[in-house]
Ligand binder design. Structure first.
Ligand SMILES: C[S@@+](CC[C@H](N)C(=O)[O-])C[C@H]1O[C@@H](n2cnc3c(N)ncnc32)[C@H](O)[C@@H]1O
Length: 374
């Protein structure tokens, strides 16, 4: 059993904890900005394949005090790197530093890399080379308050990069956050899901993938555990293929989206196609007040992430929109729940609906809340 740390955006730890239970991880424990768990390579592969809310899955190999880059170098030299790579491997080190004597993350990364390469040069005469795109061994160095944690990074590229949204739009929601909000709401595809301000369609795609039990990493080309000395290609292939065979091809309640902007509708359709669900979800150009439940469908969730103004004072211009949302929901969606993701309490209160629950999340560094109304 190995101890891992799956990182996530602050606020998503509880959802990630439940996801880890779902893949059979053990000794799960919430940390800051992530969740610890134990498991073998099956759980490691499943974590990378299945976790919708994780950013990356790390395996710590050093954890201790360091007060200078020289101390960091010495600490890294104490590890026997031949356990993890050969001189023919490529490597890359990603680093973040905070509140520490070490202040330059790039220099700290270089010292870690030098320590590993020097060890190989001394023992074998050959040193591994660097590849920051697809390293066979990705390393993650986190230095906070002069404590360094160096981990093998089994994912490398952030797991939120699902591959269906190549075009950068104005305000798309991060894929992991969108999936996390849906899971937090208990969404599992057994009731309808509507996003009446769908923008690039993130809730629609993530919702459909949850409902289909389609793993977010199913078609991803590279995880850095592929480059590990212990990579079991056939085990990985079995885990991925079993998951693929179990993906549902039809949905009882395909997620529906609409947006007032024609370019948003087009983009959401494009992204849905890219995610392989273009034939399942429907996206229409509609003013939100004109969006309605389908005849005879049971009540479900309307979820949305409206504009809220990024600068102080900007929010007032969105008050009429939020009043309209409250009125439209009260009139057209009896029995449904409305979930509103926003950074503005003032705007959320304009809906004048009964609040069932509010939960804190972060959108990047911006504190936000998910408001649940009935
Ligand atoms: C912050 S974006 C949503 C982003 C989306 N969650 C995503 O991941 O791409 C807000 C969306 O609300 C839409 N919108 C604004 N007013 C609207 C209205 N009255 N009716 C419908 N959509 C509206 C905008 O066109 C925009 O696409």
């Amino acid at each position: 059993m190995t101890k891992f740390f799956a990182t996530c955006a602050r606020g998503l730890e509880t959802v990630l904890f439940r996801e880890l239970e779902g893949i059979g991880a053990s000794q799960i424990e919430t940390g800051r900005g992530g969740v610890f768990f134990s498991g073998g390579i099956v759980e490691l592969y499943k974590a990378n394949l299945w976790l919708r809310t994780a950013v990356r899955v790390l395996r710590p190999v050093f954890d201790g005090p360091v007060f200078s880059t020289d101390e960091l170098y010495d600490a890294v030299r104490t590890i026997n790197w031949a356990d993890y790579l050969t001189p023919n491997h490529t490597l890359a080190v990603d680093c973040n530093v905070r509140d520490s004597n070490i202040t330059h993350s790039q220099y700290a990364s270089r010292r870690v890399k030098d320590a590993i390469c020097d060890q190989f040069r001394e023992t074998t005469g050959v040193r591994p080379s660097v590849d920051t795109e697809r390293p066979m061994l990705g390393l993650n160095l986190h230095v906070s308050k002069n404590r360094a944690i160096l981990s093998l990074d089994s994912s490398w590229d952030s797991l939120h990069k699902r591959g269906y949204r190549p075009i950068q739009t104005r305000a798309p929601l991060n894929e992991s956050l969108a999936a996390g909000l849906l899971l937090h709401l208990g969404y599992d595809g057994t009731f309808p899901l509507v996003d009446w301000m769908c923008g690039s369609g993130t809730f629609l795609v993530e919702g459909a993938w949850i409902a289909m039990r389609r793993p977010p990493g199913l078609t991803r080309k590279w995880f850095s555990f592929f480059g590990g000395l212990d990579f079991d290609k056939s085990l990985w292939g079995d885990i991925r293929d079993t998951a693929r065979e179990e993906v549902a091809t039809t949905l009882a309640f395909p997620p529906r989206g609409s947006d007032v902007r024609a370019d948003a509708v087009e983009l959401a359709q494009h992204n849905a196609k890219g995610a392989g669900i273009g034939h399942l979800v429907t996206v229409k150009k509609l003013e939100l007040a004109d969006a309605k439940p389908l005849p005879g469908e049971p009540p479900g969730i309307v979820i949305c992430n409206p504009p809220y103004g990024e600068r102080l004072g900007d929010e007032d211009e969105w008050i009429p929109l939020h009043r309209k949302m409250g009125a439209a929901f009260a009139e057209n969606w009896p029995g449904w729940r409305l979930a509103l993701f926003t950074a503005s309490d003032k705007l959320a209160k304009q809906l004048k609906l009964k609040v069932v629950r509010t939960t804190h999340f972060y959108n990047g560094s911006l504190p936000c809340k998910l408001w649940e109304f009935v």
